[in-house]
Design a protein around this ligand. Structure first.
Ligand code: ADP
Ligand code: MG
Length: 421
């Protein structure tokens, strides 16, 4: 199984989790490496007839058409047991449609959908053993928090003691234990969101499906709840498919991220791989903030093909030797090259800069962020952003020397938009 827990998120989760998950619960939590080996709290179940194992989800050539519109186009994704997979992409790219097909709320036009080993294309939503959390929490306003959480279990005619146990456990896990008798209108947005999560948790499903569950929260609460969700997944380890349009959410939460555009899967990989080795221009521009800088240009060879350069008007940059095997066949071609803001530095920040990597540029705007500054630069009409150390002190209107770390340059075919390196 794949787990790429990123330290900063986990740290944040630990700090915030103390509040969010409740002190007592937090003490009971063990590090992920230990937690993974033990039998989680919520399994085995009391119920009996339900499936006792969790499961992965397989989308095998899944397509959804609404008349002429292809919302999801031949999607292949294998979500692993216990994985937290994020579906990310701009509005309208088919994320919700994909999730709703997994939930059974949307008929599948083509392809096969499996939860575990079971093909579920024609299985009713209630029989799929999944629980979904929506952006609109869809709580019953006339019911208490307790009854909102218990409702699905009552419908399924679970025994009362079992319902009480599950609601109590979920309530404690989410820090809702003192709010169980309140009505939704007596709760803050964040608390309502936790009730919606609680309602999913008490179901003890094989798979959680979440569609932009944090979108209605303000920025601070969104970051807190994000960390709380990471913690929750570490605790329950339930396979989760999480939909968002927000690349930061995707990067901070996902074990792996599937990037969608116009219903087509662009790349499926770990957050770090998407960041370091985007497969195409779209992923390169979508993942990362501030976004990668792009320059239309040419790939040229000098000294008998020994030295490779990328150039555009006002910029000429030498490529490292390691690029040669991948790009030398493309010399003379139109390309787009890209570089992330943190890989453009002011000359003073770099020891012994290679003259082939330097460029003289104009500073137009400077945004100081304390530890670093975002400098908006231009070279012969091309505009781009650099993240410099605050000590570099660039000033608007100045002309400065910059160094492009071409070890981290990305080169894309102009026609296909696919990455060459
Ligand atoms: N019920 C529907 N009927 C027709 N077109 C739809 C329907 N639902 C979604 N679509 C279209 O399918 C595409 C994907 O929508 P959706 O999955 O909601 O995107 P996302 O969740 O990524 O914003 C959009 O072009 C949308 O207009
Ligand atoms: Mg949507």
């Amino acid at each position: 199984m794949v787990v790429c827990q990123k330290d900063p998120s986990t740290q944040a989760a630990n700090q915030i989790g103390a509040r969010w998950l409740g002190g007592g619960m937090l003490r009971a939590l063990r590090p992920i490496s230990v937690a993974r080996d033990r039998i989680p709290l919520h399994r085995p179940k009391l119920g009996g007839e339900e499936n006792l194992t969790m499961a992965g989800v397989t989308l095998d050539h899944i397509t959804k058409k609404y008349g002429e519109v292809t919302a999801v186009n031949d999607l292949n994704i294998q979500i692993r047991d216990q994985e937290f997979l994020v579906l990310v992409g701009p509005s309208g790219c088919g994320k919700s449609t994909a999730l709703r097909m997994i939930a059974g709320l949307e008929e599948i036009t083509g392809g096969d959908l499996y939860i575990g080993d079971r093909r579920v294309n024609d299985v009713a939503p209630k029989d799929r053993d999944i629980a979904m959390v929506f952006q609109s929490y869809a709580l019953y306003p006339h019911m208490s928090v307790y009854d909102n959480m218990a409702f699905g279990l009552k419908l399924r005619k679970r025994p009362k003691p079992e319902i009480e146990r599950r609601v109590k456990e979920a309530g404690e896990l989410l820090g809702l234990q003192n709010l169980l008798q309140r009505k939704p209108k007596q709760l803050s947005g964040g608390q309502r969101q936790r009730v919606a999560l609680g309602r999913a948790i008490v179901r003890e499903p094989q798979v959680f499906l979440m569609d932009e569950p944090l979108s209605n929260l303000d920025a601070k609460l969104r970051v807190e709840t994000r960390a709380g969700l990471i913690k929750l997944h570490q605790r329950l380890q339930t396979t989760t498919v999480y939909v968002t349009h927000d690349q930061t959410e995707a990067m901070t939460m996902g074990h792996r991220i599937a990037v969608l555009r116009d219903g087509l899967l662009q790349q499926l990989d770990t957050p770090q791989t998407l960041y370091d080795r985007p497969a195409n221009l779209f992923v390169a521009g979508f993942i990362g903030s501030p976004a990668m800088n792009f320059f239309p240009g040419q790939l040229t060879a000098e000294t008998g093909g020994h030295d490779l350069w990328v150039q555009t008007s006002g910029l000429k940059l030498k490529l490292p030797e390691s690029f040669r095997s991948n790009v030398s066949a493309h010399t003379g071609r139109e390309i787009v090259f890209g570089i992330r803001p943190e890989h453009i530095k002011s000359k003073g920040e770099v020891r012994d800069p290679d003259p082939g990597r330097t460029a003289t540029v104009n500073v137009s705007v400077v945004e100081p962020l304390g530890s670093e500054v975002y400098a908006y630069l231009s070279a012969n009409g091309h505009e781009f952003i650099s993240r410099m150390d605050a000590t570099a002190r660039p000033k608007p209107g100045e002309t400065i020397e910059t160094v492009f770390d071409t070890d981290h340059l990305h080169i894309f075919d102009k026609e296909t938009e696919q990455a060459l390196v």
